[in-house]
Design a protein around this ligand. Structure first.
Ligand SMILES: Cc1cc2nc3c(=O)[nH]c(=O)nc-3n(C[C@H](O)[C@H](O)[C@H](O)COP(=O)(O)OP(=O)(O)OC[C@H]3O[C@@H](n4cnc5c(N)ncnc54)[C@H](O)[C@@H]3O)c2cc1C
Length: 482
């Protein structure tokens, strides 16, 4: 233990005190800890955090500060360039160390590498840790020495390396922090809450912060896991954990979620298939980070470069169609229900994310980046790795083991996953009294019977057009990016 020396713990997307490797290592080696958060949205370019994310972040920082207060510490907030801010804090406080948990977004990997190099040169004990993933992406390669592009092969390789009995680091009970609270900017001055109060309903659906994430884990174990394999695909039920924003902001570690599930399965005796399915979803989260690490350009460019020639719609001429999709006014009930759920709650069920993304990219022909941008701004769980993978997968230009060009049929998806229309009716109250036919297929033509539009595109015709576009590129010479 270094007597009287100060270590800065730089919080980023690890807004928790339990199972936080950087915080724990600093506590073991330094007597005084200065927890710091730096708001620097420009450094995330071209993916500066969206409005819904900022709403979440505001409350999550507040919650972290309260947790730190309860153990004798506080969160020092700063606004501005990360390197300059850290250097200024080191000068003012005499801190000898900076510890953080790693981030994997391409722009942030470069930023952090540079900061580490410069601080080390200045004699600062600068260290980073894995606090975000079950398994970091760097070393995992196939037999040919290149990155996996198929989930099953990746996960088979990765999952056996994860130690389910690894000890979860308990939350510290006390932190000795030096008195520099007067250097902090106020939470309000970070200007995270969007100007337009469209997020008022979020409070009915979400409680950001580590204590709330922990409650969700209990709910997962006691309610959601049993039956997860079937229920996770039914959007009208509470069949999934809704942990995604908590995991994105690191209010709970993936390691803790994984380990709690593994340990409670034999005690609570829910079917092993339910647990395996849930764990494989955590695997998809890992895979998204893996792909983003190995293919950093994929956050803005199609992984399969053939899609550069795909003939995407000239979006500048189709702003009305894009707005109809964004506002949930396409006349396709399952799509509109999903887009309204997103707008009102900042979240959308995974099955419906796939359907809405397929309509935008396949039937409407918009480049996937338009959808990714809209989700980025409106999702409370907006996560560059998962969002990029989800959009590229659905658009057909990402990693997908299915050997055919998948186009979701909204009618078939509704029959399978919302057969009674409960999900649709919840988000489209104007269709409360519609029959099954209308809920599945939309209105046959414009009518005054419902305050709801007829479909804005012909699904059969647009499907054929998408298949023709696919035919025109599928044999082109552009290979899947290596
Ligand atoms: C077009 C599209 C965009 C998406 N954008 C995002 C995004 O920005 N942020 C995000 O977290 N997820 C995204 N997903 C993945 C998925 O929809 C959400 O993770 C899931 O709906 C979150 O709900 P949950 O926490 O209840 O999930 P659960 O079913 O309870 O799963 C547990 C956890 O596993 C992870 N997970 C589950 N499914 C996936 C998946 N398909 N890909 C990656 N991780 C997964 C999440 O961290 C989730 O919290 C996207 C999917 C699609 C098709």
């Amino acid at each position: 233990m270094k007597q009287d020396e100060i270590a800065i713990v730089w919080f980023r997307n690890d807004l928790r005190i339990a199972d936080n490797p950087a915080l724990s290592a600093a506590l073991h080696q330094y007597q005084k800890i200065l927890p710091v958060y730096i708001q620097a949205p420009d450094e995330h370019a071209p993916w500066e955090p969206g409005a819904a994310s900022n709403w979440w972040l505001h409350h999550s920082l507040d919650s972290l500060n309260q947790s730190l207060n309860s153990i004798g510490s506080y969160l020092l907030l700063q606004n501005g360039d990360s390197l300059a801010t850290l250097q200024a804090l080191i000068n003012k406080t005499g801190a000898k160390a900076v510890f953080w948990n790693r981030m994997y977004e391409p722009a942030l990997i470069n930023r952090d590498r540079n900061i580490k190099k410069l601080l080390k040169v200045a004699g600062i004990d600068c260290r980073s840790f894995n606090g975000h993933l079950l398994s970091e992406p760097q070393g995992i390669l196939n037999k040919a020495g290149s990155a996996f592009k198929v989930f099953s092969a990746y996960w088979k390789n990765t999952s056996r390396e994860i130690n389910p009995t690894e000890e979860i680091i308990p939350a510290p009970t006390a932190i000795n922090s030096p008195r520099f609270a007067d250097l902090s900017t106020s939470l309000k001055q970070l200007n995270l809450l969007p100007d337009k109060n469209w997020y008022q309903d979020f409070y009915d659906h979400w409680e950001p912060g580590e204590p709330a994430a922990r409650k969700k884990i209990i709910n997962l174990i006691e309610q959601t896991l049993s039956g997860y394999k079937i229920n996770h695909d039914i959007p009208s039920t509470s069949g999934t954990s809704r942990l995604s924003p908590h995991l994105h902001f690191g209010e709970i570690s993936a390691r803790e979620v994984f380990s709690v599930c593994q340990q409670s399965a034999p005690i609570l005796k829910f079917p092993i298939a339910d647990m395996e399915k849930f764990i494989s979803e955590l695997g998809w989260r890992e895979f998204g980070y893996y792909l983003m690490y190995h293919f950093p350009d994929s956050t803005t460019q199609s992984l399969n470069q053939r899609f550069d020639l795909y003939g995407w719609l000239d979006d500048s001429k189709q702003t009305e169609l894009l707005e109809q999709w964004q506002q949930g006014k396409t006349g396709i009930p399952i799509v509109d229900a999903g887009m309204r759920e997103l707008w009102q709650t900042g979240w959308m069920h995974n099955r419906v994310r796939m359907i809405t993304a397929s309509i935008l990219t396949k039937n409407m022909g918009f480049h996937w980046i338009h959808g990714a941008r809209w989700f980025w701004d409106t999702l409370v769980d907006a996560d560059l790795a998962a969002n990029t993978m989800g959009w590229q997968w659905t658009a057909g230009c990402g990693v997908d083991a299915a050997p055919y060009f998948r186009i979701f049929s909204p009618a078939r998806q509704t029959e399978r996953f919302d057969p009674d229309g409960n999900y649709i009716k919840r988000w489209l109250p104007e269709l409360q009294h519609a029959d099954k036919h209308v809920l599945t297929l939309g209105l046959p033509e414009a009518t005054t019977k419902f305050d709801y539009p007829a479909p804005v595109i012909d699904l059969a015709v647009s499907r054929q057009a998408a298949l023709l576009r696919w035919d025109s590129i599928k044999n082109s010479n552009h290979a899947l990016t290596d």
